[in-house]
Design a protein around this ligand. Sequence first.
Ligand SMILES: Cc1cc2nc3c(=O)[nH]c(=O)nc-3n(C[C@H](O)[C@H](O)[C@H](O)COP(=O)(O)OP(=O)(O)OC[C@H]3O[C@@H](n4cnc5c(N)ncnc54)[C@H](O)[C@@H]3O)c2cc1C
Length: 428
Amino acid sequence: MSVAILGAGLTGLSAAYHLEKDYEIFESESEAGGLCRSVKAKGFVFDYGPHLYFSKNDYVRKFLNDLLKKNLHELKSSAGQYSFNRFLKYPYNVNLYGAPVEIIKECILGYVEAVHDSRKKKPETYYDWCLYHFGEGYANHFMFPYAKKIWTVNPRKMTTDWIGKRIVMPTLEQILEGAFHRSDRMLNYITTFKYPLRGGMSSMIAGLTQRITPVHYNKKIVRIDIKKRKITFHDGTSIFYEKAISTIPLPEIVKMIPDAPASIREAVNRLIHNSVLIINIGVDRSDLSEFQWIYFDGDEPFYRVHFPSNLSKFCAPRGAGAVCAEIAYSRFRPVEKEKMVGLTLRKLKSAGILKASDRILFQNTIDQKYAYVIFDKYRKTCVERLRNFLRKYDIETCGRFGDWDYLWMDQSILSGKRAAEAITTSAG
Ligand SMILES: Cc1cc2nc3c(=O)[nH]c(=O)nc-3n(C[C@H](O)[C@H](O)[C@H](O)COP(=O)(O)OP(=O)(O)OC[C@H]3O[C@@H](n4cnc5c(N)ncnc54)[C@H](O)[C@@H]3O)c2cc1C
C-alpha cells in the first residue's frame, strides 16, 4: 500500500477524499466520524457535543453543501449565558442587560479603565489578555470563572494564540447599548449556522464515507515501526506503508513508536489537553429553552449545555426535548464521573431548564478523552518538534489532535486536504 491513513474522523476522511487513490484508511472504532458522530436512540439524535457548521471558507461551504445537499437548514444563532442565577444573552460582554446592577457597573468601569490604562504591557497569558482588553469586572465575573471550567487550568498558564475571532471585541458604545436594553443584535463570530435536518452531524460523515474507499474498522493501531514503515494493529495483524497520514492524537502516536528518542518523549509529555464528559438527556417536554446553547460559569459541573431539539425538530420525538451538558476535566481538575449525571440533573433543575415533573425518556454518557488542546507556552515548539520528527519517517500529521490545535470542523477538513496535498507533492 502506498498511503496509510490513520483514523477515520472528519480529518482522516477528508484526507482520503482528497487523495482519491492509492490509500487505505484504518479506524479503531466500529464506525467513522470520531468527534463528529451522533447517537441515535428512542427517536433522539445527539451529536458528541454541539456540532454547528458555520464555516466562512468558500471551499468548505461548497464541499459540505455538496455532501449534505437538501439535508441542511440554516438557523440564526441564539446563545445564552447563565450567570448570577439568571439567563443573559451571549456574548455577555455586549449583553449585560439583566445582570445585577453592581456587576454591570464593575464591568463597564473596568473596561473603561483598561482601555485608558496607558501603562499596561502587551499580554502574554490569557489571564493578562482578559484584563488588558476587558478589565477587572468582566475578567473576574465572567472570563476567569468560565476559563477555569472549560480549560481546567488557571488562565495564567494559558497563552493567547487560540483566541482569534472566538471572543467578541466590542466598542464602548456596543457595551453600553447592550447594558441598557435587551438587544436582538447578535454580535458574535457565529451569527448564523447550518445544521443537518435529519441524522445530526453523522449524516455529513455518512456522505463522506460513501465517496471514499471503504474504511477498515476495528483496526486499532498499537505499534509503529518507523524504520521498517510497519504498522501493527491490536488484533496482531500488520501492514507496510510508504507514507502515512495520521490523525491520531500526538501523545498516542508517540507512545506507539518504541524507537522514539527521549527528546521526543519529553516534548510529548509537555502537551496538555482536557477531556469532556457528555451527558445526553431526552425528556417528555419540548420547550426546554429559548436558546440553542448556553454557557455556564457558576458551580454547575458543566460549562455549556445545548439543545439538539432546538437545532432540528427531527432530533427528538414529537413533543419531547433534548439537552446535552458538557463537563470538562483533566489531570489538573479531575471529576468524580459516577456522580456527574445526578449532579447535572439537579443543576439543570435548579436553573429551571428541567422540571421536577419531566420524565426522562433517554440518557447516556460519552467520555471524550481528547476534547480540547490546552494552549500553553510549550505547545508551539513541542508540536513543531514532534511533527518534524514524524515527517522524517514519512508520517504527516493532521487534524485537531495531529496538528494539536483548536480546529473546528471546517479547519479539520482543510487540514486533511493539506496533508493529502503534502503527501502527493512529496511523492511526486
Ligand atoms: C465538545 C466539542 C464541540 C465541538 N463543536 C464544534 C462545532 O460546533 N463546530 C465545529 O466546526 N467544530 C466543532 N468541534 C470540533 C470538531 O469536532 C473537530 O474539528 C473534528 O471533529 C476533528 O476531527 P479529527 O478527525 O481531526 O479528530 P477525531 O474526530 O478525534 O478523529 C480521530 C480518529 O482517529 C481514531 N483513532 C484514534 N486512535 C486510533 C488508533 N490507535 N488506531 C486507529 N484509529 C484511531 C479515532 O477513533 C477517531 O475516529 C467540536 C469539538 C468538541 C470536542
